[in-house]
Design a protein around this ligand. Structure first.
Ligand code: ADP
Length: 396
């Protein structure tokens, strides 16, 4: 009997979930936002309650102290010693980490060095790790990498068509992301389909604010849409996804205020995608409302979003030479039934076909017709559970 906490630290936020293991019961979860500011917000959810407070939180260490104190304050734990493990989500594992690892000084240093590959994420992830090491130094501490599931990609998929030196000397290659989510929903899909994962060809579509698709052959990632960084792939909430790279120097040359490549990349990461095309929102629910109200920019963004997803599914049908199932997951994939229908509408030639009676809001499981050659599934993702399981597995 042990309590394990899964941590997803961002630059100014820290999401957490506390599990009773090995039962995998969620005891509590929460999020601390606006870390670094005087009006940070901490929310704790447990027993059907939601408790929020606004206070000054200087850094991640203070945030971790607060969340542990809150666990005691709300009676979720009576002593810190009940927590025996912590698992940290880390975005970039580079070529070093092909699976989850126990945190050591060396591992922590490597996570920090890999910030070159994920400058927005790895430093924040490392801050979360440091905070826990300082406060609970004796518990099992594990890092779980977003990239690890994609370590099985063949070279033909992960290499860019560039001179060798850019790969060998500069590590420029496709790493992918959202690996824990793709792995989890692939496993769940196999359970739902009642077949061993080893015998299945799946396309997993993680469609949230960030979007990535993966071709999963026999339980292994063989291609994925995020690339050297999470900017690649289909259109996303605020990210452009794939564009012609020649646009970057063109914009630097012609647009006042966009003075260098970094400024353009910032636009491509934070001001593009659904937000860029609509000019007002990055949120699918707002976008759907805009479409409903007849806003032409929203309609265009919606149509583009579906179009890019459909094209990636087409790619992966080719990569896998046909698939057993397409799996929708994450905030949009799990909830936006009309979007799912629109995407699959354009893929019927390939054997996908949605049953409108099954494809309704709130549903999970199979949503394709009985006759469909390629099944379509909705599977809620659970990255935190994968993290908690990896902590257990490495606890020894
Ligand atoms: P993140 O990548 O930040 O983890 P999520 O997986 O939570 O993102 O997905 C966020 C997206 O899910 C938002 O665009 C949001 O509008 C969308 N979403 C959430 N609920 C619904 C819903 N009921 N219908 C349509 N979209 C939804």
């Amino acid at each position: 009997m042990s309590k394990t906490i899964a941590i997803n630290a961002g630059s100014s936020s820290l999401k957490w979930q506390l599990y009773q293991m090995p039962e995998e019961t969620v005891l509590a979860k929460g999020i601390i936002e606006r870390i670094g500011l005087d009006d940070a917000i901490s929310t704790v959810k447990f027993d059907g309650r939601s408790e929020s407070q606004t206070l000054s939180i200087k850094d991640h260490t203070v945030a971790v102290k607060l969340l542990l104190e809150d666990l005691k304050r709300f009676g979720i734990i009576s002593d810190f010693s009940e927590i025996t493990g912590v698992g940290h989500r880390v975005v970039a594992g580079g070529e070093i980490f092909k699976q989850s690892a126990l945190v050591t000084d060396e591992v922590l240093a490597q996570v920090e060095e890999l910030a070159a590959l994920a400058p927005l994420h790895n430093p924040a992830n490392a801050a979360g790790i440091r905070a826990f090491r300082e406060i609970l130094p004796d518990i099992t501490s594990v890092v779980v990498f977003d990239t690890a599931f994609h370590a099985s990609m063949p070279e033909v998929a992960y290499r860019y068509p560039l001179e060798d030196k850019y790969y060998t000397d500069y590590q420029v290659r496709k790493y992918g992301a959202h690996g824990t989510s793709h792995f989890y929903v692939a496993q769940q899909a196999a359970d739902i389909l009642g077949k061993p994962l080893e015998d299945l060809k799946l396309i997993t579509a993680h469609i949230g604010n960030g979007v990535s698709l993966t071709a999963v052959d026999g339980g292994k990632s063989v291609d994925t849409s995020m690339g050297f960084t999470p900017l690649a792939g289909p259109m996303m909430g605020t990210r452009s996804g794939d564009i012609d790279p020649a646009i970057i120097p063109y914009l630097v040359e012609h647009v006042p205020g966009l003075d260098d490549a970094a400024a353009v990349i910032n636009v491509l990461n934070k001001e593009s995608g659904i937000l860029g095309v609509t000019g007002r929102t990055n949120d699918m629910r707002d976008l759907e409302a805009g479409v409903e109200a007849g806003d032409p920019k929203c309609q265009l963004a919606y149509d583009m979003f579906a179009d890019r997803l459909k094209k990636f599914i087409g790619q992966y049908l080719a990569v896998l030479n046909g698939a057993d199932a397409l799996v929708f997951t994450a905030g949009i994939g799990e909830n936006a039934a009309n979007l799912r229908a629109k995407i699959v509408e354009g893929l019927t030639w390939f054997g996908l076909d949605i049953d409108p009676e099954k494809n309704v809001f709130g549903t999970t499981g199979i949503i394709s017709t009985d006759a469909a050659r390629v099944k379509v599934l909705v599977v809620p993702t659970d990255e935190e559970l994968v993290i908690a399981r990896d902590v257990e597995a490495l606890r020894g």
